[in-house]
Design a protein around this ligand. Structure first.
Ligand SMILES: Cc1cc2nc3c(=O)[nH]c(=O)nc-3n(C[C@H](O)[C@H](O)[C@H](O)COP(=O)(O)OP(=O)(O)OC[C@H]3O[C@@H](n4cnc5c(N)ncnc54)[C@H](O)[C@@H]3O)c2cc1C
Length: 654
């Protein structure tokens, strides 16, 4: 079955960037991938590392090497985007505007800076309400951290984010994402933790939606834990349901409660509704739930369970993307943030997007364009233009073009938005200080790997035919035999050293979506931590340091799945500085800023500015740096669009 509708009502963009010749994608897009092996094509002996592979390619095709420069974030000359023109040497934009009017106009009602999924969501909602909207993205590919990129020829990677769950259910429905081509591939089972131990074969822990089977798996390690698990799930589910209403509305504006006309105060009071609904839902459990939100997750898990592989597996969700250990207070909230999603109506479920995460961004972009939004790639915004009264009046592009608008929404991080795009003297000093102080430390290094066969784990060896087994579709947790290992890995990073035994979440999306890789081959996503952004002694994160860390990760995988290293065709190593350079994530932080309690709700991105409005009238934040934070959720984009829309309507009546 094809992930895109046979007849799409809108034109589409290619949200897959890669070395194939640049041309407009028809909608529905491309034929199934060719079954060719890049290392054969380029006579790279057999398996080569990514750099070698690219070097060989460059010898064959200068244009492709230029494309690589663009993909590696080394800049790409500005080129004509409109109407699918190709610039000389195939350096042109992969994505072009395909809205009704064609060209970038000089004036819109709203301009959105950045085409991350949140920016696209905001644009879709604004345009849906009749606000003429343009989205301007600096990269050659739409989606921000939700993109598919062909880093190794023939292999399509969800280069940054790779799993979907958090996207708000209203967004699927209201933007008709299915009609615009979104197809999700739920996973069941969803979690696999192989254990390194003396016994043969070693044990492993497989978690899935079948509770009886999951309990049998847990019972291998502890009968008591197997009994407790359903109650734990229900307990956490209760907390998630209670917090759910808070995600789809701006945080309460406490200042507005005591200011303005009676009408304005009543409107501010209305914003208390979600908070009250949450409070009521928490009910008598409030004290216990308060503890979950504020405690170290290790304390909470110790109350429920005794077996280390189970506790460590669950604890991974509490430290994902956070420079934190399971022993860090507040890690409980991060866990919650990762179980508050749903997929196809199943609470807490995660799945892959058919075609990679870029296909989600493509569906949202299609939804926006179908309503008339204009979306452009390779349009770097360098300033927000302010009027004499300090009101945002549009943006200035790097190429000198000024685009005027009544409102500006920024999907870029708070750091880029307020420290780079707006003149500092226009902002209150304490606000600037808060933005500067935001904790953006990140432990994450993502490694995308092309392999010529599926990893075969000692705990559950592959069948002879090499076909995917149930655990291959899971998040495969390595170095998770015990919570102490996660803590050790964290501690090393706090001393400026990459972990010697990192926490690894290994996913193989091609196990469920074979079109991502040539026949028999697979794409492997390695979400690893802990790697500090800044290495001890000011050492640079140069090629040597990156390769040394990747080799450590590969050695670890080899211990669980012998033969893995020999299966590697190419790799793309993204340390925190790489994530910052390529995707514009401050400090490499995958959430535009840590999700610690002091940086959430009322305080995201700064206290008193959590309602998407900023100190600059007419300028709104619509990305993960705003409430409710990171993840492919779309909530910030949707909420911000609603706030901007309210102001826009008021402006029209003035
Ligand atoms: C390695 C990694 C793995 C992750 N895994 C997952 C996962 O599996 N599931 C999940 O739910 N979440 C995951 N996340 C988190 C999630 O991807 C992000 O929180 C989310 O995608 C951020 O979306 P956004 O739209 O708010 O911002 P972004 O995606 O960061 O988009 C911002 C956009 O603004 C553009 N921009 C910035 N400055 C300018 C400018 N001056 N002019 C024009 N454009 C500009 C950027 O290029 C970018 O496209 C992961 C993140 C990373 C990095």
């Amino acid at each position: 079955m094809h992930p895109w509708p046979a007849q799409s009502p809108c034109k589409c963009w290619d949200t897959v960037s890669g070395p194939a010749p640049r041309r407009p994608l028809p909608c529905p897009p491309p034929a199934p991938p060719r079954a060719w092996k890049p290392w054969e094509k380029f006579h790279c002996e057999s398996k080569v590392q990514l750099a070698g592979c690219w070097a060989a390619m460059a010898g064959h095709c200068v244009a492709m090497a230029a494309g690589l420069r663009a993909r590696l974030g080394m800049g790409c000359p500005s080129c004509c985007l409109w109407g699918w023109h190709l610039s000389p040497g195939l350096l042109g934009a992969r994505l072009a505007h395909a809205g009704a009017a064609g060209r970038l106009q000089r004036e819109y009602d709203a301009v959105v800076i950045g085409a991350g999924h949140n920016g696209l969501v905001a644009a879709a909602y604004l345009q849906r309400a009749g606000v003429r909207t343009a989205v301007l993205e600096k990269r050659h590919v739409l989606g921000g951290a939700a993109v598919t990129e062909e880093i190794v020829p023939g292999f399509k990677f969800s280069r940054a984010s790779y799993l979907l769950s958090l996207l708000r259910p209203q967004i699927y429905a209201e933007l008709e994402l299915q009609r615009h081509g979104l197809r999700v591939l739920p996973r069941d089972p969803y979690s696999f933790t192989p254990v390194l131990e003396g016994r043969r074969p070693p044990r492993s822990l497989l978690l899935g939606h079948d509770m009886a089977q999951t309990q049998r798996q847990i019972a291998q390690f502890s009968e008591k834990d197997a009994q407790a698990y359903p109650e734990y799930e229900a307990f956490m589910g209760g907390l998630v349901s209670a917090l759910d209403p808070l995600l789809d509305a701006p945080p309460v504006d406490t200042a507005a409660l005591g200011q303005g006309s009676l009408f304005q105060r009543l409107r501010a009071l209305r914003a208390l509704q979600p908070l009250l609904r949450s409070g009521l839902a928490l009910g008598q459990q409030l004290p216990r739930y308060y503890e979950v939100l504020t405690a170290p997750i290790s304390k909470i898990l110790d109350q429920w369970f005794e077996s280390e592989p189970l506790k460590a597996t669950l604890a991974t969700d509490a430290v994902i993307g956070a420079m934190a250990s399971p022993h860090t207070p507040g890690s409980g909230y991060v866990l919650l943030h990762h179980v508050m999603g749903e997929l196809e109506g199943r609470r807490g479920a995660w799945g892959y997007v058919a075609g990679g995460m870029g296909a989600l961004s493509q569906a949202i972009a299609c939804a926006a364009a179908a309503r008339g939004a204009h979306i452009f790639a390779e349009k770097m915004v360098c300033h927000v233009v302010l009027g004499k009264d300090g009101q945002a009046q549009g943006v200035l592009l790097q190429d000198g073009t000024e685009v005027r608008s009544k409102v500006v929404l920024s999907n870029a991080s708070p750091q880029i938005t307020f420290l780079e795009l707006v003149p500092q003297e226009q902002l209150p000093k304490d606000f600037v200080q808060r933005i500067r102080q935001t904790d953006t430390r990140s432990p994450v290094t993502k490694i995308n790997v092309a392999v010529d066969r599926l990893p075969s784990f000692l705990a559950v060896p592959n069948a002879r035919d090499g076909r995917p087994l149930p655990h291959h579709q899971c998040s495969i947790h390595l170095n998770c035999e015990g919570t102490h290992l996660l803590h050790q890995a964290f501690t090393e990073a706090t001393h400026g050293r990459p972990s010697s035994r990192p926490m690894i979440e290994l996913c193989i999306p091609s196990a469920l979506d074979p079109g991502l890789a040539p026949q028999g081959c697979h794409v492997v996503s390695l979400f690893t931590q802990y790697t500090p952004s800044v290495l001890a002694g000011g050492q640079p994160w140069d090629e040597q340091a990156k390769n040394a860390y990747a080799d450590t990760v590969f050695d670890c995988i080899e211990a669980y799945a012998p033969g893995f290293k020999a299966s590697v065709i190419g790799r793309d190593i993204l340390t925190p500085p790489d994530l910052e350079r390529i995707f514009g994530l401050p400090g490499g932080n995958i959430f535009h800023g840590g999700m610690s309690l002091d940086q959430l709700y009322f305080a995201r991105p700064a206290p008193s500015y959590s309602g998407y409005r900023s100190p600059v009238p007419g300028l709104y934040l619509c990305g993960s740096g705003a409430h409710p934070g990171g993840g492919v959720m779309g909530a910030a984009g949707r909420n911000a669009a609603q706030v901007a829309l309210e102001d826009f309507r008021r402006l029209r009546w003035q």
